[in-house]
Design a protein around this ligand. Structure first.
Ligand code: SAM
Length: 265
């Protein structure tokens, strides 16, 4: 069956990498794992060997049918193949059925990486931790710290839902067909920080998007451009002890939170 580039079908063929991914999620004894985009089942089999249950969510109906056949004979019936768009998968319902927060593993279809990360963030209450393979540059942005070249909206958004850590990088030759980019596996532990930072989730996420709206502008300019009165911007920056010329790229999450709190009526 030829790979479909539009669905990001670059199948992992490096057996050592497959075992490393399965091991990176940690102890799977008695646990339910959701695999996003199981493809031909390379990682699925390694997960099924360790977990109580694997929910394999695959969009391509032909691959889903192939997986059903492959795992049909498993006497423990640990793999359930779900032919569905992972962006529509109901993690909360699956977690309720499992009676626990879920583990997530995926060599993601790179074209929809951001949407999947946002979907997982929105489903955080149902999730424990995830091990995901993405394009190397995306993992660099997800895990970046303030002041580094890669730090931006994606870093803050992901890290607001819990710590993210790069684990290892694979060359194109680890896949068939080989993609044009390197790939990095990272781990994300879901532990949302909104309560600790004393911010309201939806409003704070909008605020952070505004702060990063134009990379070349200062934070103050971005806030003023979004309609915050200049005097309020100046007062809030002073209150939060932030340099009036600072750019969003230099600020830790705690400073964004201090600024958001200062701007509340
Ligand atoms: N896990 C396999 C591996 O490592 O060899 C395949 C990984 S491949 C990079 C991405 C997989 O995601 C493909 O099987 C593709 O068909 C599937 N896929 C693409 N879009 C999807 C979506 N929206 N929901 C679920 N699966 C999707």
């Amino acid at each position: 069956m030829p790979a479909k580039p539009k669905l990001g079908q670059n199948f992992l063929v490096d057996s050592e990498a497959i075992q490393r991914i399965a091991a990176s999620i940690g102890d799977l004894t008695g646990r339910t794992v959701v695999e996003i985009g199981p493809g031909r089942g390379a990682i699925t089999a390694a997960l099924a060997a360790r977990a109580a249950r694997v929910l394999a969510v695959e969009l391509d109906p032909l691959l889903a049918a192939g997986l059903r056949v492959e795992f049909l004979l498993d006497p423990a019936a640990r793999v359930t193949v779900i032919n569905e768009d992972a962006l529509r998968f109901d993690f909360a319902a699956a977690s309720a059925v499992a009676g626990e927060r879920l583990l997530v593993v995926g060599n993601l279809p790179y074209g929809i990486t951001s949407q999947i990360l946002l979907k997982l963030a929105a489903s955080h209450a149902a999730l424990d931790r995830a091990v995901l393979m993405v394009q190397r540059e995306v993992a660099d942005r997800v895990t970046a710290q303030p002041g580094s070249r890669d730090y931006g909206l994606l870093s803050v958004t992901v890290q607001l839902y819990g710590p993210a850590q790069s684990l290892f990088t694979l060359p194109p030759a680890a896949f068939s067909p080989p993609p044009e980019v390197y790939s990095t596996v990272f781990r994300w532990r879901f532990a949302p920080r909104f309560a600790e930072l004393e911010v309201e989730e939806a409003s704070f996420l909008r605020f952070v998007r505004t702060a990063f709206a134009q990379k070349r502008k200062t934070l103050a300019n971005n806030l003023r451009a979004a309609g915050v009165p200049p005097a309020a911007v100046a007062a809030a920056l002073e209150d939060a002890a932030i340099d009036p010329m600072a750019r969003a790229e230099s600020l830790p999450i705690e400073s964004f939170a201090a600024l958001w709190r200062s701007l509340q009526p």
